[in-house]
Design a protein around this ligand. Structure first.
Ligand code: NAP
Length: 250
């Protein structure tokens, strides 16, 4: 990788003509990425479970001069069934006929408990929302991604998904799974244009970080706008051929 994804400066129009689905786009890093991608000409599909939150981001994008009008895809990852995924793929197919980028960003923290105390039902919920739905979305989107000339899948990982840390429980284990999913997908597509990579945003001032570290000084944290360079790099043409990697934003 000759370009450093951390310090990448996206050129104007980087994502023009690209249809990009971003999960968890109503808030935090997903929202910031949706706005940045739209500013760079991307045709953004805003996914989330909270219609009002998504409509706010939709309005913010509509107010950006020259940005393509976004779309909204409402799907609660905690309880979406197979038909809901199929209907999402069918509407993407109807509207665009392909997908150039998929950013799997939505996730939940769960609770910070030792393994011995970790609630089994919560464990399943975190693994489901953070990992199983990433698989389901990837699977349903693959036929659409294959129709794009330069398709890119970007998963959101975490430092606790590379080196386990006490009390991070199912969240950490789900992120190890995300790293694995990305590597398996990358290897399966090593002879095609489709690339698959992970981004670790690092400590970022969002509601998830607040839940994990309620007492910390938030003024020293990077804002969601400040961790986007690797995502934009991986979504645009400058990262052609880069696959199976896991990169840091900080
Ligand atoms: P966030 O503000 O809490 O955003 C999480 C997003 O996921 C929200 O849009 C949330 O929607 C969505 N989501 C959660 N459960 C969902 C469900 N059942 N169905 C649909 N959407 C759901 O947190 P963030 O910090 O931006 O997190 C973004 C990604 O970065 C996550 O993958 C996280 O693990 C990763 N990350 C964050 C940090 C950090 O320091 N912030 C560090 C490392 C990795 P609602 O608003 O409706 O809940």
């Amino acid at each position: 990788m000759s370009i450093d994804p951390k310090t990448y400066t996206p050129p104007d129009g980087l994502l023009a003509g690209r249809v990009i689905l971003i999960t968890g786009a109503n808030d935090g890093i997903g929202r910031a990425l949706a706005l940045a991608a739209a500013r760079l000409g991307g045709q953004v599909v805003l996914h989330g479970r909270n219609t009002a939150g998504l409509e706010k981001v939709y309005d913010e994008i509509e107010a950006i001069d020259g940005a393509p009008r976004p779309s909204i895809a409402v799907l609660d990852l905690a309880n979406a069934n197979a038909e809901a995924y199929q209907s999402l793929a069918a509407s993407l197919d109807d509207e665009f006929g392909r997908l150039d980028g998929l950013v799997v960003n939505a996730a939940i923290l769960g609770e910070r408990f030792a393994i011995e105390q970790y609630d089994a039902v919560l464990w399943q919920r975190v693994m489901h929302v953070n990992l199983t739905t990433a698989f389901a979305l990837t699977q349903i989107c693959l036929p659409l991604l294959r129709r794009a000339d330069d398709p890119s899948v970007v998963y959101t990982t975490s430092s606790v998904g590379r080196r386990g840390k006490a009390f991070w429980g199912a969240y950490a284990v789900s992120k190890f799974g995300i790293e694995g999913l990305s590597q398996v997908l990358a290897d399966e597509h090593r002879h095609s244009a489709l690339r698959s990579n992970c981004v670790n945003p690092g400590a970022t001032r969002t509601k998830m970080r607040l839940a994990a570290y309620p007492a910390e000084d938030r003024s020293v944290l990077k804002g969601p706008d400040e961790v986007l360079a690797p995502y934009l790099y991986l979504l645009g043409p400058d990262s052609r051929g880069v696959t199976g990697q896991s990169v840091d934003a900080q």
